[in-house]
Design a protein around this ligand. Structure first.
Ligand code: MN
Ligand code: MN
Length: 319
């Protein structure tokens, strides 16, 4: 399950994620990570287009190589991984999307592998969390985003969209108590009560200013300690980053994280027991110079690197 060499990738004219083998359906024995596109953006409340991200990110991801100089590990040698293709469903049917994603993620988890989802908008995370909580029990969740995504039906008259997945996840008991970490959150909000769902669950909300004050790497290490041995899911909405770094996203908010802070945060999580990850809200039509698609590929790579160094986990909170 190694990467294809660069010349083989050129010769084939195809671009699976990170030049990995393509494997649709049940992953081959020994697979530790399955990358899965979810081309869905009917959950967007503003600018749509995230459904095309899997194709764009696949293409630019061919540039990435295996050796991670910070962790000191060859990610693709350490983590047998495949490109699992895309979840397939009628693109205008949110219920069909949820069913397809839950089925795919259940299958991946049952094979002992971790899913790495590439959205799509953030509404794709709910069926993934449902499948993973069923497989592992309640999860620790590291949610990197400008937005809390714990909105209810009162705003749009609809309970399921990209602003609501964590409201459902908390209500359904998919997230362990005191194990929700929301990083990059900023305003303006609808009301002072917007954070109530998270806070009532013991959630920790970290603004970009607080990331600045603590340092992203230190914050990542603190979150890793707090997650302890719990199976942990990382949900990465690229609008957590400042629009200066991420032009290609549908609901931008100024004042966000830098690219280096995002990497430092993820690297600080090293040792976490990673159950899965997503990168969502990449909108190629709004992107410039492929900056956002390239970032998304690197974020997925950082997530795979966390799997590669998982054995370095330190003892902590029991899962
Ligand atoms: Mn989001
Ligand atoms: Mn967001």
């Amino acid at each position: 399950m190694a990467q294809d060499p660069a010349l083989t990738y050129l010769r084939h004219g195809q671009s699976p994620l990170f030049r990995l083998p393509v494997s649709i359906g049940a992953p081959p024995p020994g697979t530790r990570a399955v990358l899965l596109g979810v081309p869905f953006d009917l959950g967007t409340t503003y600018q749509p287009g995230a459904r095309l991200a899997p194709w764009h990110v696949r293409r630019v991801s061919a540039l990435l190589q295996g050796w991670h100089p910070v962790h000191g590990v060859d990610v693709f040698a350490e983590v047998p991984a495949v490109d699992g293709g895309n979840a397939a469903f009628p693109p205008f049917d949110p219920g069909a999307m949820r069913e397809a994603v839950q089925g795919e993620v259940s299958r991946i988890a049952a094979a002992g592998a971790a899913p790495f989802l590439l959205g799509g908008d953030h509404s794709i995370v709910l069926p993934a969390l449902r499948a993973l909580a069923k497989a592992h029990g309640p999860l620790a969740v590291v949610h990197v985003d400008a937005h809390l995504d714990t909105s209810g039906p009162e705003t749009w008259g609809e309970a399921f969209h990209h602003g609501t997945p964590f409201r459902h996840a908390l209500a359904e008991g998919l997230v362990a108590r005191d194990a929700l970490f929301q990083v990059g959150i900023r305003g303006p909000w609808g009301a002072s009560t917007d954070a109530d769902p998270s806070r009532k669950h013991g959630g920790v909300i970290v603004s970009p200013e607080l990331v600045d004050a603590e340092g992203a790497g230190a914050l990542g290490r603190r979150i890793r300690e707090a997650c302890g041995g719990l199976p942990t899911y990382v949900s990465f909405d690229v609008d957590a980053l400042d629009p200066a770094f991420v032009p290609g996203t549908g609901t931008p908010v100024p004042g966000g994280l830098t690219t280096r802070e995002a990497f430092a945060l993820l690297r600080g999580l090293a040792g976490v027991r990673l159950a899965g990850m997503d990168v969502v809200e990449v909108c190629p039509a709004l992107d410039h110079g492929e900056a956002t698609s390239t970032l998304a590929a690197h974020l997925l790579y950082e997530g795979l690197a966390l799997l590669a160094v998982e054995g370095r986990r330190r003892p902590g909170r029991a899962g």
